[in-house]
Design a protein around this ligand. Structure first.
Ligand SMILES: NC(=O)C1=CN([C@@H]2O[C@H](COP(=O)(O)OP(=O)(O)OC[C@H]3O[C@@H](n4cnc5c(N)ncnc54)[C@H](OP(=O)(O)O)[C@@H]3O)[C@@H](O)[C@H]2O)C=CC1
Ligand SMILES: O=C1OC[C@@H](O)[C@H](O)[C@H]1O
Length: 383
């Protein structure tokens, strides 16, 4: 006899684009992805404007999420004209923060102080000091907190991790090259959230987490690296007239496994969707397809004779793993499992990985000359 699934009861704050993808993904039937241990309910949606929250619910989730459609809970989603009311709603046990970078810290803190778990969009905070404070607050209250780096939970990422770490299909991994760039410069106004200093824009904070996640999942989390942080991190940044970065590149070394990551991001070009991330080992390479944040497949290219450097490969092994939806459901399912198990952090997206990422971004920003406008950081970096 199958037992009833655990239901995560979500409250969503911010009625923008990614929040709409999130609620549509938690509305998709869990059976489509063969999940039966957890489910999702949408308890509340909050916006700075009540009519916007009402419109959001009627457009994306009038009947709630999959758990409501399956009759697992009996409440409907409620609309609120403030974020605080979402956190205070008794049906909400976890708040999804889908607001601007500049209010992530405040919105997550508000949720935690209301006694609610929190899934916080990337970049988690503006600096490492803010994240340290938030993660300490979550721990002290025995609450779950996670930065929403959804790519970690994508089955393509997990299949490649298995192929590289366990099945060793490319031998010893030595190089990860990963890019996430977007063609926005000169095509969007400087008020766009990715170009604006008021909104702490720039590609490093916006899409830099994706080259980072490929590097961390392949190298930092390599069993032989034993979660040792990169020994050396070096970067270069090109600044926009608004003060945010327009292009940033950084390298990270992992000497325990003789590996290096080359990460890049800019606002001048759209990343090549057929080869955004390349993982190279002693016996071949893996080339990832799709968006850097949303991989949909990968190709394994095995060297015919790994002892030679003649560039001759066996025929490509193509793994097409396309899926329906945006791809946030796996992340939501994993968060629900963590809540069910009473965890305060997710084993595959640890607080210390967000901390390390924020420290690297702080270093790249300071060395690159990207300084936030006064007052944006709630906890300023120590000089
Ligand atoms: N995981 C992923 O794939 C993605 C993650 N993101 C992340 O999600 C966050 C939101 O991005 P996105 O959804 O694209 O942005 P949108 O502009 O579509 O929406 C952001 C929402 O933030 C709220 N908000 C709060 N303060 C402000 C403000 N001062 N100005 C404007 N909006 C404000 C608004 O909600 P309201 O008006 O309802 O209060 C707005 O709708 C970003 O931090 C981004 O990094 C973004 C895209 C993809
Ligand atoms: O996280 C993201 O992924 C997709 C991009 O389009 C978006 O700007 C970014 O925030």
């Amino acid at each position: 006899m199958s037992s009833k699934p655990f239901v995560a009861q979500w409250g969503v704050v911010g009625c923008g684009w990614i929040s709409s993808e999130f609620v549509m993904d938690i509305t998709r039937p869990t059976s489509l992805r063969k999940v039966s241990d957890v489910s999702h309910a949408l308890a509340a949606v909050g916006s700075r404007s009540l009519p916007k929250a009402e419109d959001f619910i009627s457009k994306y989730c009038p009947d709630g999420a999959c758990g409501q459609k399956d009759g697992l809970v009996d409440f409907k989603p409620r609309a609120y004209g403030s974020y605080k009311e979402v956190a205070d709603d008794p049906n909400v046990n976890i708040v999804y923060v889908g607001t601007m970078n500049t209010s992530h810290y405040d919105d997550a803190k508000m949720a935690l102080e209301a006694g609610k778990h929190c899934l916080l969009e990337k970049p988690a905070t503006l600096n490492a000091a803010e994240w340290k404070d938030l993660s300490g607050l979550a721990k002290s209250r025995d609450l779950f907190l996670m930065e929403a780096v959804w790519t970690r939970f994508n089955p393509v990422m997990l299949a490649i991790q298995q192929a590289v770490h366990i099945d060793k299909v490319i031998g010893d991994v030595h190089v990860v090259r990963s890019d996430h760039s977007m063609d926005l410069y000169g095509k969007q106004p400087d008020t766009h959230r990715c170009l604006s200093a008021d909104l702490a824009g720039g590609p490093m904070l916006d899409v830099g987490p994706y080259p980072m996640v490929w590097s961390l999942m392949m190298l930092f989390r390599h069993p032989k690296n034993d979660m040792s942080p990169p020994e050396k991190v070096a970067g270069t940044m090109l600044l926009h007239s608004t003060g945010v970065d327009l292009a940033t590149g950084w390298t990270m070394t992992f000497p325990k496994i003789k590996a290096i990551a080359y990460c890049t991001t800019n606002l001048f070009e759209d990343t090549d969707k057929k080869a955004h991330t390349r993982i190279v080992g002693s016996e071949g390479e893996i080339v990832v397809q799709g968006h850097t944040s949303r991989p949909v497949g990968y190709t394994v290219r095995r060297l015919i004779d790994p002892s030679r450097s003649d560039g001759k490969y066996h025929p490509d092994e193509v793994h097409d793993m396309g899926f329906e939806g945006f791809g946030l459901s796996w992340e939501a399912d994993q968060v629900a499992r963590c809540l069910k198990a009473g965890l305060t952090e997710c084993p595959t997206m640890l607080h210390k990985e967000t901390q390390m990422t924020m420290e690297i971004f702080d270093k790249l920003r300071l060395e690159g000359g990207y300084h936030y406008l006064p007052g944006l950081e709630r906890i300023p970096l120590k000089p």
